[in-house]
Write a protein that binds this ligand. Structure first.
Ligand SMILES: C[S@@+](CC[C@H](N)C(=O)[O-])C[C@H]1O[C@@H](n2cnc3c(N)ncnc32)[C@H](O)[C@@H]1O
Length: 219
């Protein structure tokens, strides 16, 4: 499955859906076409990016089922959405957007391009329930974190770093990601990393090798 397909497959039903950083608008097109929401906001900080979604969703906008907003994060939304999608941005940007809202949305689908650990830590600290936390491959490796704003999930340090579903029900994609990261660390060690950095790289490599050993035969 492609990245957009994986994201769309995790969009839950809601009344008001918001696609923050919508760019092309494909995910909102999917949500509306599949009856996953009554109405949708497409929002982007860039007017040029938003224009792509406005063109794609012209008929839905004309029918009043989709409302374009050019703003930073959720700042310009006239009502709180009950499902928020933020995909294709860095984890720190996602945390910054979510932390500016008074409360977490009832449902969220997040696909950070990096710093997934920071997103998990923020969600857990805010009392969210993380229901899905997977790594998948579409050329590159991606994380997808989806859940609910309430219902509190406790995560171990390992789960924060790697994602709970990846450890409890590992996929081939996750194993490949772990093997790729381990190969990168081995290359850095072979290239002669020294001192504290070398120790950190070795510790991380041992961790990755232990995870790969633990999950290999469960796939
Ligand atoms: C790589 S695109 C991802 C598009 C789509 N969500 C996806 O996953 O394919 C990132 C989009 O987020 C927008 N963006 C970045 N920071 C933003 C912010 N703080 N608020 C709203 N949109 C933002 C960019 O303008 C860009 O259109």
């Amino acid at each position: 499955m492609g990245r957009i397909e994986v994201i769309c497959a995790h969009i839950p039903k809601s009344r008001v859906f918001a696609d923050i950083g919508c760019d092309h608008g494909y995910c909102t097109q999917y949500a509306l076409a599949h009856g996953l929401c009554e109405r949708a906001y497409i929002s982007d900080i860039s007017a040029a990016c938003l224009k792509k979604a406005e063109e794609l969703l012209g008929a839905e906008i004309a029918a009043g089922r989709c409302v374009p907003v050019c703003a930073d994060g959720m700042d310009g939304l006239p009502e709180p959405p009950d499902c928020v999608l933020i995909a294709g941005m860095g984890g720190e940007e996602i945390v910054s957007i979510l932390s500016r809202a008074a409360r977490l949305p009832a449902r969220f689908v997040l696909q950070p391009m990096k710093n997934a650990e920071k997103v998990r830590a923020f969600l857990v600290a805010r009392g969210a329930r993380i229901g899905t936390d997977i790594t998948f491959r579409d050329g590159k490796f991606y994380d997808l974190i989806a859940g609910e704003g309430e219902g509190g999930t406790q995560y171990s340090a390992f789960e924060l770093r790697y994602g709970r579903d990846n450890l409890l029900s590992p996929s081939r994609d996750f194993l490949q990601k772990i093997e790729k990261d381990a190969a990168t660390l081995r290359a850095a060690l072979l290239a002669g990393a020294e001192g504290v950095r070398r120790e950190k790289l070795r510790a991380r490599l041992h961790e990755l090798e232990a995870i790969a050993d633990a999950i290999e035969e469960r796939i």
